[in-house]
Write a protein that binds this ligand. Structure first.
Ligand code: RUQ
Ligand code: CUA
Length: 657
């Protein structure tokens, strides 16, 4: 089955290449006229060089691709329920999606970022933001599963998020929307001067990557759009683009485009950390969920936190400055050395680059141009390193190749522009198809980019693929950037809207990938670790079935004594201790998804039978030649029936305790 699947994939890859040849057949850069096809061809059985973790946007998930092939390996469920993996459907993962608003089965995921050690991506965790109901998730790259989600209080539209500092000291979350803090019933028209914009700093546990909100800076109620940490010399600072410094609350497309310049907020987080460590800041009542998945119990727990430490920026003089930046800047990117801070005014033609050295000089000389709500504003001319006059329109995001070049996407003119740091001259430009948002170079937002490819992520694809009704796919495009000029190699569809991606050499991650969960380490309270431990127990109208699965049967596989109106918990343990042998289970009429259980793992679903009868269940994952035989029955009697609980183990009928 797997082999069949692989050959289908190979065929798909080939047909993809054929399509791109056909599309390019009328220009001289067709796939066959160069070695393009060879550059992305990963032969069957061979592995890709890079992992690319591509955000799923409004799918709420994170997709894992290989580069250069563009093959999709896995969609990791993060903020949205996923029937394929039972995420958010089984009892163990439901708590992951708990929030102060209750169970929220969806979010809008934008910016994955890989944990770093000494400014180099280390491949331990991916952090990603949920925009809508503000959250940050942590994905463990040994299991490729979401193992933690923390809600961000006092925020809305968690967009300038989730970026990590160069030793993963912090993961940062900035609010897009200014909101009343604390939330309260007040007239919207009183926004200006009253709403706040929280910038949250989440301390990361060096041992397990766990997050905890250390402090929130309550900034003026601008919109905080994107963020990047300083690195190298600027390590200890964090930069946030803002728009709507006008503080408009209606018709923003006009009213938030009044000021010629908005700001990049430069935040000296080390200074604020010190202030907080010395007892600074104010504890404020809050209510937010912190959900953690435990690998030993295979179960998540959700804790509601009741307090958050807030910091008034005016109480920490010297910690925050505003850098004027033209035209409602969106992207905020810092060069690998930490010297250049690139702000892309999305309504402008130019890319503005600030100098960290100049910024520090201006600060040290106290050269300010007034203030906004008590936060000093620096002089644009004093801090400007240069601007890139590319002739493109609508610059959004920039990444770096580590060889002194930067690559900026232009949304309106649909292109990637390569330019030189320091001279600001444009070296090359290539069209994208179409309306590119972010781009990604593996390690390209860290101190050490692995600049071999740039992946451009497009919002619109129109004529690029076979039509699929009114909704057509978004896409990613892979360019070779080893030469002076970029070369478009490959075009592939993505899952949801690919806002941003994080890339890393495959060997850093692959060697740590888990193969099984050890049965002896399984501490799930309902685990049956041998078939002899399998049982069925009635507690009032709840029935708990501790079941096992192994090629190719369930134990027990015949259960009687269930009644209409019961709540039947199937706690199922996969006894396999072999790589790549999950089993599934599904029950007719269950108001939930199947379970897909990894070797050594226990998962639970609830079934509430509505009809009398004898109802089957079966394995949903083709696991062996006798997969079809992997099935069983539950007898459901009327409510109040005298049929006792009984079940079969190894062909023997067992009466329940
Ligand atoms: S965004 S397309 Cu949500 Cu990062 Cu700029
Ligand atoms: Cu187990 Cu199919």
């Amino acid at each position: 089955m797997k082999t069949l699947f692989k050959s289908v994939l190979a065929l798909l890859t080939i047909s993809l290449m054929v399509v791109s040849c056909v599309q390019n057949s009328n220009d001289s850069s067709g796939a066959l006229s160069s070695s393009k096809a060879e550059k992305v061809y990963v032969a069957p059985g061979e592995h890709d060089d890079f992992y690319a973790f591509v955000s799923g946007g409004f799918s709420g998930q994170l997709a894992v691709y290989g580069l250069p092939s563009g093959r999709l390996f896995k969609v990791i469920p993060v903020f949205s329920v996923d029937a394929e993996k039972a995420y958010g459907f089984n009892e163990e993962t439901k708590p992951m999606l708990n929030t102060s608003h209750g169970f929220i089965p969806w979010d809008d995921a934008h910016h994955p970022d890989i944990s770093q050690t000494n400014g180099v991506v280390d491949g331990r965790y991916v952090y990603i933001n949920g925009n809508n109901t503000p959250r940050i998730a942590k994905i463990d790259l040994t299991t490729f599963e979401t193992t933690e989600i923390i809600e961000i209080p006092n925020s809305a539209g968690n967009h300038s998020s989730s970026y990590v500092t160069e030793n993963t000291e912090y993961v940062v979350a900035g609010t897009r929307f200014g909101v009343p803090v604390p939330q309260r019933d007040m007239p919207i028209a009183e926004y200006k001067g009253n709403f706040k914009g929280a910038l949250s700093f989440l301390k990361v546990d060096p041992e397990d990557g766990g997050m905890d909100i250390k402090f929130q800076i309550l900034m003026p109620g601008f919109d905080y759009d994107k963020a990047h940490p300083g690195r190298g010399d600027s390590h200890g600072w964090f930069f946030f683009t803002t728009y709507n410094s006008e503080e408009a609350h209606s018709l923003l497309e006009v009213n938030a485009s009044q000021n010629d310049k908005d700001f990049i907020a430069a935040v000296n987080w080390k200074k604020i950390e010190e202030y907080v460590n010395n007892g600074g800041g104010k504890k404020m009542p809050a209510n937010y969920a912190h959900n953690v998945y435990d690998e030993h119990t295979h179960t998540a727990t959700s804790t509601m936190k009741k307090e958050v430490l807030t910091v008034d920026p005016t109480e920490v003089p010297g910690a925050i400055y505003f850098l004027p930046t033209p035209k409602s800047p969106h992207g905020c990117d810092v060069s690998p050395t930490g010297e250049y801070i690139v702000g892309s005014g999305k309504l402008s033609a130019d890319v503005t680059v600030h100098s960290f050295t100049k910024m520090m000089d201006a600060i040290n000389n106290k050269k300010f141009d007034g203030d906004a709500y008590g936060i000093p504003i620096l002089n644009y001319e004093d801090i400007l390193a240069g601007s890139v006059k590319s002739g493109g329109l609508g610059p959004l995001h920039t990444e770096f190749d580590g060889k002194g070049n930067a690559y900026t996407t232009f949304f309106i003119s649909s292109e990637v522009v390569k330019w030189k740091l320091g001279t600001w001259e444009v070296i090359d430009r290539k069209p994208t198809y179409y309306s590119v948002g972010h781009l990604m170079i593996p390690g390209g937002n860290s101190g050490q980019p692995f600049g071999k490819y740039v992946l451009a992520m497009n919002k619109i694809t129109k004529d690029r693929y076979l039509p699929t009704g009114p909704e057509v796919t978004q896409s990613a495009q892979l360019y070779d950037i080893t030469g002076e000029k970029m070369e478009l190699l490959l075009d592939f569809p993505t899952v949801g809207e690919p806002h941003y991606a994080a890339g890393i050499p495959a060997d850093i991650v692959a060697k740590n990938s888990r193969k099984i969960f050890r049965l002896e380490e399984n501490q799930h309270p309902y685990a049956a670790k041998t078939e002899a431990e399998a049982k069925v127990v009635r507690k009032g109208n709840e029935v708990h079935i501790n079941m096992t699965m192994i090629r190719s049967h369930f134990a027990p596989d015949n259960i009687e004594g269930i009644q209409v109106g019961d709540k039947v918990y199937f706690h199922v343990t996969n006894l396999e201790q072999d790589y790549d042998v999950p089993h599934g289970i599904s029950m007719i009429g269950a108001n939930t998804s199947e379970l897909l259980i990894m070797p050594g793992q226990t998962e639970t679903f609830v079934w509430e039978p509505k009809q009398v009868g004898v109802w089957p269940f079966y394995c949903t994952d083709f696991c062996s030649a006798l997969h079809q035989e992997m099935q069983g029955y539950v007898r459901v009697s009327p409510k109040g029936s005298s049929v006792p609980i009984s079940f079969t183990l190894d062909d023997d009928a067992v009466d329940a305790e």
